[in-house]
Design a protein around this ligand. Structure first.
Ligand code: NAP
Length: 338
């Protein structure tokens, strides 16, 4: 099984990616116990199916080490010349504090070592508290490390439009912002996407499948109780659904999506992913992968096989129109973290 050519996207002039990225928060331990051996075997299957791009973070449990192990075994079994086929996008999520060159360099050094690379493909920076101005210091040092060749590209995660503008005004070269973006959380459409398009920045979307809630499994399903929400991701997005309009409205959305999915011979999840992939400024959607526990490779590859039509969007839109305005309720992208 090889993903269609339309799965590829020229993320930067020197870096092509798969538009469905494999999300590694799911190996952190908060989504079920991960066996490293089985996880690396699964990574080979993802890669062979065309899902060559990984999204991870310094704090996602063993995610960076798994990339390191995968790369070592990949070089051994296949060819080290082919290591360039793998794209691994990590994050740095420091606690707010003084951001000296030394602190920043040390943190990046840890990721480089764990992942077994000389240069990070993309370093996505997160900052918890805008009242602490250290984020600009950190980004200046990261930009220097990029100049020195330790980082290929600089990205952000969960930054709002206002701070993204400030960062660009400081001359820091940003290629992407990773934000929550789904049929339920469409806040990026309000300001972020337009700003990004105007500045040549792309969005990487997470939460697109709402931790798996956006699927047949939950169609006609009573609101899951706490015992059933057995991953951190399911817990996170049930809260988002509650804020958006509640389980009843979510059932209406699933029913509308099911009709569209049946028409295309696809699944509810792939309709949700296709919807976000088609939005302005979106480079890719990140779909969480519980490596070695559960796999949806063939289904997720289907997202590249069909196009949503005007009548599909017309069937979904009236349900979305009934939801609350999350921009007003929560704020711009990332404000849920602050
Ligand atoms: N920057 C940030 O602050 C941030 C925050 C959250 C996430 N992320 C990134 O985004 C990634 C995605 O995480 P997420 O929490 O947003 O989860 P998600 O991608 O919305 O949901 C992942 C879950 O969806 C299910 N799934 C996948 N494909 C499916 C399909 N075709 N049909 C039905 N179900 C399917 C799987 O459930 P099962 O395993 O149960 O089958 C999987 O574990 C993370 O790994 C991380 O890389 C970033």
């Amino acid at each position: 099984m090889a993903a269609a050519q339309s799965s590829r996207f020229q993320f930067t002039p020197d870096l092509g990616i798969c538009r469905v990225l494999n999300g590694m928060w799911q190996v952190s331990g908060a989504h079920g116990a991960i066996d490293p051996g089985r996880a690396v075997e699964a990574m080979f299957r993802y890669h062979e199916a065309g899902f060559t791009t990984w999204d991870l973070a310094d704090h996602y449990g063993p995610a960076e080490q798994l990339i390191g192990a995968f790369r070592r075994q990949f070089a051994g079994r296949l060819d080290s010349e082919r290591l360039g086929e793998i794209q691994a996008f990590t994050k740095w999520v420091p606690p707010p504090g003084p951001m000296t060159r030394r602190n920043v360099e040390e943190a990046i050094g840890v990721s480089l070592k764990r992942m077994g690379v000389e240069r990070l493909d993309l370093l996505q920076f997160h900052w918890w508290d805008y009242r602490h101005p250290g984020y600009l210091d950190a980004l200046r040092h990261l930009a220097d490390l990029r100049q020195e060749g330790r980082i290929r590209h600089l990205g952000l995660t969960n930054f709002d439009t206002e701070r993204l503008a400030i960062i660009l005004e400081h001359g820091i070269p940003i290629v992407s912002n990773q934000v929550q973006y789904s049929l339920v959380d469409r806040r990026p459409e309000a300001k972020m996407a337009v700003f990004c398009q105007a500045h040549g920045i792309t969005l990487l979307a997470y939460g697109t499948l709402l931790g798996g809630l956006l699927s047949e499994k939950y169609l006609g399903h009573a609101e899951p109780g706490r015992g059933e929400l057995n991953t951190a991701s399911l817990q996170k997005y049930t809260r988002m659904i509650a804020a958006w309009g509640g389980w009843g409205l979510f059932q209406e959305l699933l029913a509308a999506l099911k009709a569209v999915a049946d028409k295309h011979g696809a699944s509810i999840a792939t309709i949700g992913a296709r919807y976000v992939l088609d939005r302005p400024a979106v480079a890719g959607v990140i779909i969480g992968a519980r490596l070695g526990i559960a796999e949806h490779l063939a289904d997720n590859a289907r997202v590249f096989d069909f196009a949503l039509e005007a009548e599909d969007l017309a069937a979904i839109e009236p349900v979305l129109a009934k939801s609350r305005d999350l921009m007003r309720l929560i704020g711009d992208c990332g404000d849920e973290y602050r």
